[in-house]
Design a protein around this ligand. Structure first.
Ligand code: MN
Length: 500
């Protein structure tokens, strides 16, 4: 469902006419070689397309306007091979509304010590050409990423790849629709937010529907479709005996499959790539959607429980950013603690955890849900795989959206959890639970998060920068007292930066 193959980033090289056509031909040759080299790197999630070398204000502006209107262009990568007087870039950059990465590199890795002359010096001068561009971008207060290093270096590829993945998610947000069945869980504060502001700043659109609309869609599902899907459940999961054909709870599995098919049709019909529901509004549904939500997330849909549309959109962004990487991503909730051994978090939800974060074969089970007053829901049960992960939350601070990111380490539970009827993940947050939870709550981070095993805080920082969101990272070096100061400085900054 997420396809990055048709997306591209444009590689844009700056120069000027001063050097003559021979030099410009060489510049073009170098730019094409670099773009081709970058494009071939497995770190790049999209094609890197070389554009003609730009030497005038008119051609720069035309290219920026072209980038704006080219739907599959996710951003620009600029490089000043030679000296490109930056006032030429003002008109173009002023009109550019795609993300910008400034690559500070040089075609040759080594200085040719014994042969270097002024011709060589004049051809390879990004060391100062890029500084001229850097000044203008700083003077214009442009949001951009600067990557420094030799263009064939693995570290440069990794940094560019992380930025491009964020640009893919930002591109996706421009067209994202979030469907909500019902409203937020009553009286909850952190899952609320300003949908108009989200539309203006984060670009996606959030729309409410009655759960009855979903029920009508479910009624159109045929028995043949349902049978096919329950057969797929049988093949893909360890289906508990009572849920199997002939079992005493088989009808619940049939109902769960009908919910999944209805949901899929509904979301496809209205072009939504993220959605929310709430156990408080299930009118006409026999059970809270469990396995349906889990499988839709595994296919790339964003999801937030209890009406949490901000987390649904964030889960979708994380899914797009991690497309093609190993590890998976899920909606998550900090549920309960093990306060021994320095402190561990047991993350889970009532039902809705994505099976992409486990390496094991999930079991399909049915158990009572202690709230909501509906029939027992079918859910997939598993434990998340171990390893590094990132846990992120987005909150509405009233005058800005804030993204809070915590690097965490998923571990295997110390003991089996035979009575726990939901999918779960156990982790130790960095630097430890005491500091991480202090900082998280000082920042107002939610209990709902997007958890990813394939991304790092770098991806999310890039994404926040593009989206103009405040980004707070809690990691190995975080100290609660410094973090509190950062929050206060940011409050002052956003107060000033927002202006009137
Ligand atoms: Mn919840």
């Amino acid at each position: 469902m997420i396809d990055l193959a048709n997306l591209e980033a444009w590689f844009v090289t700056g120069s000027q006419h001063l050097y003559g056509t021979e030099t410009l031909k060489k510049v073009e040759e170098h730019a094409t070689t670099i773009a081709r080299g970058l494009s071939a790197s497995p770190e790049m999630p999209v094609k890197i397309v070389a554009k003609p070398v730009l030497t005038s204000s008119e051609s720069i502006q035309e290219l920026c306007l072209d980038a704006n209107k080219t739907k599959n262009c996710i951003g620009l990568i600029t490089w000043m091979h030679t000296f490109s007087p930056a006032r030429m870039w003002i008109a173009g950059l002023r009109s550019l509304c795609k993300p910008l990465l400034h690559l500070h590199t040089q075609f040759n890795q080594e200085l040719p010590w014994s042969t270097i002359d002024m011709d060589f010096m004049n051809l390879n001068q990004s060391a100062h050409g890029d500084r001229e561009f850097g000044f203008l971008a700083a003077r214009m207060r442009l949001k951009r990423k600067i990557v420094v290093g030799f263009w064939q270096d693995a570290a440069v590829h990794a940094e560019m790849g992380a930025w491009l993945r964020a640009a893919c998610a930002w591109h996706d947000a421009q067209y994202l629709k979030v469907t909500r069945f019902g409203d937020n869980m009553r009286n909850v504060a952190v899952t609320e937010g300003d949908k108009v502001e989200a539309g203006i700043r984060l670009c996606y659109s959030v729309n409410g529907y009655g759960v009855g609309d979903l029920v009508r869609n479910m009624q159109q599902v045929t028995d043949a479709e349902v049978n096919q899907l329950t057969a797929e459940y049988d093949e893909t999961y360890r289906v508990a005996q009572p849920l199997r054909a002939g079992g005493c709870k088989h009808q619940s599995l049939v109902e769960a499959a009908r919910i999944e098919l209805g949901l899929r049709h509904f979301l496809e019909e209205n072009g939504s790539r993220a959605f929310t529901d709430t156990f408080e509004d299930l009118h006409g549904l026999m059970q809270l959607p469990g396995i349906a939500v889990q499988r839709l997330m595994a296919d790339g849909y964003g999801f937030g429980a209890e009406g949490d549309w901000k987390t649904a959109a964030l889960v979708r962004a994380v899914k797009v950013m991690s497309q093609g990487l190993k590890g998976g991503a899920s909606f998550m909730e900090d549920y309960t603690y093990h306060l021994k051994n320095g402190g561990q978090v047991l993350g889970a939800h009532m039902l809705e955890v994505c099976p992409s974060i486990t390496d094991e074969k999930p079991s399909a089970e049915i158990h009572p849900l202690s709230i909501g007053g509906k029939e027992d829901p079918v859910r997939l049960v598993f434990t998340a795989a171990s390893g590094r992960a990132v846990n992120a939350s987005v909150v509405d601070m009233g005058n800005r959206f804030r993204l809070i990111v915590n690097q965490v380490n998923l571990i295997s539970p110390e003991h089996p959890l035979p009575k726990l009827p939901v999918a779960r993940a156990v982790w130790v947050p960095e630097p430890n639970l005491k500091i991480a939870a202090t900082a998280w709550m000082l920042a107002g981070g939610a209990h709902h998060t997007a958890l990813s095993r394939s991304l790092t805080s770098e991806h999310l920082e890039n994404f926040a920068e593009m989206a103009g969101m405040e980004c707070l990272v809690i990691g190995r070096d975080t100290k609660a007292s410094d973090f509190l100061k950062e929050l206060r400085w940011n409050d002052a900054y956003y107060q000033l930066a927002n202006g009137l």
